[in-house]
Write a protein that binds this ligand. Structure first.
Ligand SMILES: [Zn+2]
Length: 136
């Protein structure tokens, strides 16, 4: 079917404009504070964990989203959610180790889990505890 401008103006067809999903959340004072803390703490800790366990990554960025605590790209870049600052340190470390393991395996297959197990033997318990926290 061919849609004319007249069809649209007369309301015979309705235009649906899809907005892009917001890529980041509003920067409230609380978020700004968490971001500053996160920038002061997380990159340094990630670097410590990486050298302790022999990982090397490209860049680390601090993000604010509600979809993940952290992520790792095929280019070796790691994103960490500023909400990690609301977690106890062992859970924070767990998320960082999880992302570091994705530098070697970009999936959650058996090899990934074996590697995670070797650097973080408590990962199953930590993953369960992490579910008690919500991303905001
Ligand atoms: Zn993962």
């Amino acid at each position: 079917m061919r849609i004319t401008l007249e069809d649209i103006l007369r309301g015979r067809v309705r235009l649906v404009v899809r907005r892009r999903r917001r890529r980041s959340l509003p920067e409230t004072a609380e978020v700004a504070e968490l971001r500053a803390l996160a920038k002061a703490v997380l990159p340094e800790r990630l670097s410590e964990l990486a050298s302790e366990y022999g990982f090397s990554y490209n860049q680390v960025r601090i993000k604010h989203n509600v979809s993940n605590w952290g992520s790792c790209s095929s280019k070796g870049n790691i994103n960490l959610n500023l909400n990690l600052m609301r977690l106890p340190e062992d859970l924070r470390d767990y998320v960082m180790l999880h992302e570091l393991c994705h530098l070697k395996y970009l999936n959650h297959g058996p090899e990934f889990h074996a590697l995670l197990e070797s650097v973080c033997p408590d990962h199953r318990m930590l993953q369960r505890r992490l579910k008690d926290y919500k991303l905001i």
